[in-house]
Design a protein around this ligand. Structure first.
Ligand code: PEP
Ligand code: MG
Length: 592
């Protein structure tokens, strides 16, 4: 893959996590402000939006003057001076005037326009020589906070969001998101939104933020260290999601090269898309099941369109996140699962029970905060099935919701992070009890299959005991790699050590596939390796016949399967696995 060096502009290097090329203007979103609504207003509505901003400013001015008037006589004089500063910042032309520009010229909604301008002014404060002035940034943030709150009170008057993505919005420049750090659930809110690419300072290749970016199918680079500091609001950016490069304000010639590549990628996509109804069978007639990983019920449509034959992993935790601690009840979950099952029109849907924790916090919290404030080793903490078993009332509700959805189609339940057969036994007891409760209440359900994720080495080593209890297993390579190699999957500083081709990882995967097949149980890979064309033949050679991945990756994997011959692949496997560098040996054997 070619990456174009541009001597005329700043280039930053990070980890390529979602393929393709995005070209657009930078929108800096501070991690603390990702919940601000980002949408376009129609050109004829911008006047109304500016008016909303003006009313919010008047309201805050009134609020501040009132506070000042009502200060007790013995209040320290600094307090009144501080309110003066806030009033001055509020009326200063550098905040609200340019905010209008974002509304009128760019058609941003007022909240988005205001936070965009805050980023610009905050940067100017950061660069000030004078320490006193530099510290005024905190005041500016407080004033902006007040304005955002005032806008929220005015939300009833806000013009409706313009439907459609940025790329469909005639006349707008495409936009790319730049953030220091963004939690997966926060990124989800931009899923059907305005951004055509994104870049962050932190994050690993299989961090959940990267996984969500891949599922959004927009080019993305994570771990670009200084990106959010170096890039300025509205800079033109090229995000090369294949090479992991970000180019700031590219020269015309480099821009043209990348535009050309964008067109080539589009053509290739269209070509692969034509394979979607072609049955996925190897040259020697081995049928291979290609399933989809989804995060929300609405993804089922995309999964079908990509030609998947079912959902291999529905990450149910996204229904649980960013709700201020209020978890979805049984009925709400049932509706969501039913929607996915019905959308898949009779194809199987594997619902994974809630897998929160580590880099998927329940509530808005950056990965860094999570690391430092909660547990010393959150990836080893009370997450996934451990959390579910520790919260039996919550877990029972989820199990009942899944069972009820089974009345509408083929549903399977998958348990994450299993490390001991005991956890499966406890889960099965809860399933039996939930069935009894539903039967007593006269609610319909069917006899669902229950499976275990193999993503902790202990589970791979105890596989026969686990297989005796479950109907199927699914290998979560993302965590299996993390826990086998003791490498944090979300930490960009050690990303080069996170190696799916490590001999120990491949040995565990190969043994799991063989053992499960021998026991007559179905086995799938649902980690990111399943959607990575580099590993498609290797997994086929191991005997894998069920792959689950983001819908966007299905066509490329299908192409590899259609060209593969397992009779030729299988005999090469042991030689590769026995070597110190199996990935390299495998590549040599394949090309020989
Ligand atoms: C995995 O660990 O491979 C997996 C599929 O689960 P998640 O990425 O959600 O942890
Ligand atoms: Mg996992």
């Amino acid at each position: 893959m070619r990456c174009y060096i541009d001597p005329m502009s700043i280039q930053m290097f990070g980890l390529p996590v979602s393929r393709g090329v995005a070209i657009g203007r930078a929108v800096l979103v501070a991690s603390s402000r990702v919940d601000v609504a980002h949408y376009f207003v129609a050109p004829q509505e911008t006047g109304r939006e500016v008016e909303r901003l003006r009313r919010a400013r008047d309201a805050v001015a009134h609020e501040l003057s009132l506070l000042q008037r009502e200060l007790p006589a013995d209040a320290p004089p600094e307090l009144s001076a501080l309110l003066d500063v806030h009033l001055m910042l509020l009326h200063d032309d550098s905040l609200t005037e340019p905010t209008k520009h974002w509304i009128v010229e760019r058609h941003y909604n007022a909240e988005w326009a205001l936070s965009a301008q805050l980023e610009v002014v905050a940067r100017q404060f950061d660069e000030m020589e004078d320490a006193y002035l530099r510290e005024r940034k905190a005041d500016l943030e407080q004033v902006t906070e007040r304005l955002l709150r005032a806008l929220a009170r005015e939300a009833g008057d806000a013009p409706a969001a313009t439907a459609g993505l940025a790329r469909d919005f005639a006349g707008e420049d495409p936009l790319v998101l730049v953030s220091g750090d963004i939690a997966p659930a926060d990124l989800m809110q931009f899923r059907h939104g305005v951004f055509t690419g994104f870049v962050t300072d932190v994050g690993g290749k299989t961090s959940h933020t990267a996984i969500v970016a891949r599922s959004m199918d927009i080019p993305a680079v994570v771990g670009a260290r200084e990106a959010s500091r170096v890039i300025r609001q509205d800079d033109w950016l090229v995000i090369d999601g294949d090479a992991g490069v970000v180019i700031v304000n590219p020269s015309a010639i480099v821009l043209e090269e990348y535009r050309f590549r964008q067109r080539q990628i589009e053509l290739e996509r269209a070509r692969l898309h034509r394979l979607r109804f072609t049955p996925s069978v190897t040259l020697d007639g081995e049928a291979v099941e290609l399933l989809a990983n989804i995060e929300l019920p609405s993804d089922a449509r995309v999964a079908l369109d990509a030609g998947s034959v079912g959902v291999g992993l529905f990450r149910s935790e996204f229904l649980f996140m960013n709700r201020g601690g209020e978890l979805p009840g049984e009925d709400e979950q049932y509706e969501a699962y039913r929607a996915a099952v019905q959308a898949m029109g009779g194809l199987p849907v594997t619902i994974r029970t809630v897998d929160v924790g580590a880099d998927k916090p329940l509530d808005r919290m950056s990965v860094q905060e999570l690391r430092h404030e909660h547990a010393l080793n959150p990836a080893l903490g009370r997450r996934a099935i451990r959390w579910s078993l520790a919260e039996p009332a919550m877990f029972r509700q989820q199990i009942r919701a899944i069972l009820r959805a089974s009345a509408h189609g083929k549903v399977r339940m998958l348990v994450p992070m299993v490390m001991h057969p005991r956890e499966i036994r406890q889960t099965l007891e809860l399933v039996a009890r939930a069935k009894q409760q539903l039967a007593d209440a006269g609610r319909p359900f069917t006899d669902i299959e229950v499976g275990a994720m193999i993503e902790v080495p202990a589970a791979a080593l105890l596989l026969p005991a686990i297989l005796a209890l479950v109907d199927f297993v699914s290998i979560g390579t993302n965590d299996l790699i993390q826990y086998t190699l003791a490498i944090d999957r979300a930490d960009e500083r050690i990303a080069s050590l996170y190696d799916p081709g490590h001999p120990a990882v491949l040995r565990l995967i190969a043994d799991t596939i063989v053992t499960a097949r021998r026991a007559g149980k179905s086995v799938c890979v649902c980690g990111e390796m399943a959607g990575d064309p580099t590993y498609a033949e290797l997994l086929l050679a191991m005997g894998l016949r069920s792959f689950s991945m983001h819908p966007a990756q299905i066509p490329a994997i299908k192409q590899r399967i259609l060209r593969a011959d397992t009779r030729r692949l299988q005999p090469l496997l042991e030689t590769a696995l026995a070597s110190e560098d199996p990935a390299q040996v495998w590549a040599q054997l394949l090309s020989a």
